[in-house]
Design a protein around this ligand. Sequence first.
Ligand SMILES: Cc1cc2nc3c(=O)[nH]c(=O)nc-3n(C[C@H](O)[C@H](O)[C@H](O)COP(=O)(O)OP(=O)(O)OC[C@H]3O[C@@H](n4cnc5c(N)ncnc54)[C@H](O)[C@@H]3O)c2cc1C
Ligand SMILES: *[C@@H]1O[C@H](CO)[C@@H](O)[C@H](O)[C@H]1NC(C)=O
Ligand SMILES: *[C@@H]1O[C@H](CO)[C@@H](O)[C@H](O)[C@H]1NC(C)=O
Ligand SMILES: *[C@@H]1O[C@H](CO)[C@@H](O)[C@H](O)[C@H]1NC(C)=O
Ligand SMILES: *[C@@H]1O[C@H](CO)[C@@H](O)[C@H](O)[C@H]1NC(C)=O
Length: 492
Amino acid sequence: MAVHGLESEPVGSFPSSGIDVLVVGTGLAGLTAAIECIRKGHNVRVLERAATINTLGDMYFMGLPATRFFKHWPEMKAEYDSIGLHNAWIQTFRHSGEEIVKPLYVNERLKAAGLDPKTPPGTFQLRPLIYKMFVKQVERLGIKIEFNTRVVDYFEEGGKGGCVTQEGKRYEADVVIAADGVGSKSQRLVGGQVRAVSSGRAMWRAAFPIENLDKDPEVKEHYKMVTKNEGGEREPIVRTFLGPGTYAMTLTRPDTMIWIINHNATGSSAENWSNTIEPKEVLDTMDEGVGPNPWAPMMKRLIACTPEKTIVNFELLWRDPQPSWKSPNGRVVQIGDAAHSFLPASGNGATQAIEDAVSIASCLQLCGGKDNITEAVEAHIRFRFIRNACAQKVGFSNAELLQDTDWNKVKFDPRRAQPKHPKWVWEHDPEVYTYENYSKNVEAMKKGIRFDECDVPPNFPRGYKFEPWSIEKIMEDMRQGKSIDLGPGNWD
Ligand SMILES: Cc1cc2nc3c(=O)[nH]c(=O)nc-3n(C[C@H](O)[C@H](O)[C@H](O)COP(=O)(O)OP(=O)(O)OC[C@H]3O[C@@H](n4cnc5c(N)ncnc54)[C@H](O)[C@@H]3O)c2cc1C
Ligand SMILES: *[C@@H]1O[C@H](CO)[C@@H](O)[C@H](O)[C@H]1NC(C)=O
Ligand SMILES: *[C@@H]1O[C@H](CO)[C@@H](O)[C@H](O)[C@H]1NC(C)=O
Ligand SMILES: *[C@@H]1O[C@H](CO)[C@@H](O)[C@H](O)[C@H]1NC(C)=O
Ligand SMILES: *[C@@H]1O[C@H](CO)[C@@H](O)[C@H](O)[C@H]1NC(C)=O
């Protein structure tokens, strides 16, 4: 029998399942769940607290596993190819401005770091463009998003899941997918609430129209794109900066300039994508804690060009893996950041959110219908839990690597200037994996065999056995100068 997910199967390929799905939240998790559930034959409604399409944010890394399902969505695939970063360059500097690694194609840097340039583990994407691309697809399918609908609570009763809005309106469905991000209101029902711990770090991040650089022609010249050939064709470039206690990156695209700087959390940082500060605050404090050499003047002048109400001071909070992602009978299930939060530096927040969505839509199709939703949700969580906990840990390890980079060594080993993108993360295809392994997974589940002890091949580091771990322990190790102990198995 053909395995679903290998070939393109557009909408209409699957018969109706009769399962009513309610999706809460229109981040990447919620939007992917909505379109994939439609494609798999489920009925879908979507709720969102924001008043309208929210195109805030700058960029995120989209790993390969999060883009494999585009084969089913020709319009999205075409748009993704047109908005993506093609032939991007990357160059690395000390924070004080000296070049450490000359401009190379990203692919060449991957090769230098021992990765196969033909399969880059993913690409940086502009959130506003990606978000609009998904919303357009949802609209093409005729799915109505009910904006201005803030969910305040979730419930499960009589074989249904449901939620209640701020206005007291109740919604019910066979299964509710809580994709309402960090701090999901479903945490009380699923018993998954974990404490958010400050990492002590934050990021200043800004994305704005490139015309703002006209204010300072030397800045415009300094951060220009790469001119490829005599024809004058220009290509985007990522510039990374490493210093003691800080790292930063800029991205220059034809229309957009982006910069991001990691720094110690301040009173004005918050875990909130609308929390903006003005350039003066950054300029006044950025040289603290970077050692004897201040930031390069060109970085300061770039910051000075940033328009008002644009710089987000985003605080990085850490959370232990959540113990549970579902209500007792599985009628409410969390996906994406609602289930597991990632540090932006992990390069996994967007990727794992999309993988979750593809997985839950597939499991609900595979279970055969309404009667088996509990089974589908439990099987989905077994597929996803250990993989996510491992990806979260890699995120901490990457953050540590970047923050503590000994920038005198970087010249000799570009690998240290590059976060880890392990093979077990980017090789995965969440749809094919689910179709090939669902029945084996369910069989083992019914026998009470742990996922990491059953005969389904792992989608996490081979050889790893899950043991609960905590941020407290990791932080303690860091304080003692120990590097993060990832655990047994092949993490590369
Ligand atoms: C505005 C915004 C900008 C972002 N910008 C970046 C960025 O530049 N770089 C980066 O790495 N990551 C960014 N992120 C985070 C990133 O999108 C997520 O970490 C990742 O994609 C996982 O997505 P998610 O769908 O699980 O969660 P999210 O993207 O957080 O989406 C959650 C959605 O649920 C909605 N919601 C929340 N609470 C409720 C409620 N009670 N009722 C109804 N709806 C609710 C939110 O409005 C949001 O649309 C941003 C997130 C947001 C919301
Ligand atoms: C995020 O910041 C904005 C702007 O300061 C504010 O209006 C909003 O209430 C904040 N959101 C949360 C959840 O704190
Ligand atoms: C930033 O935090 C680290 C760790 O807590 C500390 O050692 C360092 O001095 C701080 N830097 C500044 C500028 O406060
Ligand atoms: C539900 O699952 C069981 C096996 O777990 C299967 O026998 C049954 O056919 C499924 N129900 C439907 C409606 O497919
Ligand atoms: C599980 O899926 C993988 C592909 O993702 C496949 O190689 C493997 O054979 C499957 N395992 C089982 C037990 O069917």
